[in-house]
Write a protein that binds this ligand. Sequence first.
Ligand SMILES: [Fe+2]
Length: 236
Amino acid sequence: MSHHHPSLTDIPDLAGRYDLYGAVHKGLRKAGCELLIRLGAADFADQTECDAVLDILRGYVLLAGSHVMHEDEHIHGMLRGRGGSTDIVDEQHDDHRAAFATLEKLAADIERASPQEKPALGRRLYLAFAAYLAEDLAHMHEEETVTAPALWAGFTDEELVVLEMRIIASMPPEENMAFMRIMIPAMNPAERAALLGAMRKGAPPEIFNAVIEFAVRPGLTDRAFGDLANRLQLAA
Ligand SMILES: [Fe+2]
């Protein structure tokens, strides 16, 4: 367990540099906070509700685990190769992998338990997830305030975009869609338009349209989608 305290004041400005972590971390924060609330409000004695919330938990753990792996494989080694240290974030990633295994075990315990036992086990899962999320929030803060400036010092923005493209290319389409689904509603309007505008330039129109229909539109209010369509000049 790491007890590394994030600084609330040493928060570097982007200063025009490429925000490698921004969008995906906003998505993971949103998904994690919503899941925490859901776990707290869930009636674990109700089978349908219990199944639904454990489904969401497993989907989240899959994405969070994949995200950690992507950073290990495509970012940390590259940073060390240019003289940067990744000791703190590597240790935090190890803690996260252990946490994912624990969360899965707690979920399996609930599934095996009798209806009378489930609420007490649901409370354990809720508290365990809260503790994990607290560590993940601190970890993402470390990445955005310490690791990101180290990356800016060691790499050009063009190189950082190449690292990100390698991560995107390593994922099957469903996984890219799943990340987009959590990221887009978590981003602000200008960020959404910038991300999707860049994607439109690089992707075939049918892929872009599928992302809009299946990963973007369902997660936004009509007003937010209208704003995005306007910024992107999408045909109605
Ligand atoms: Fe990370």
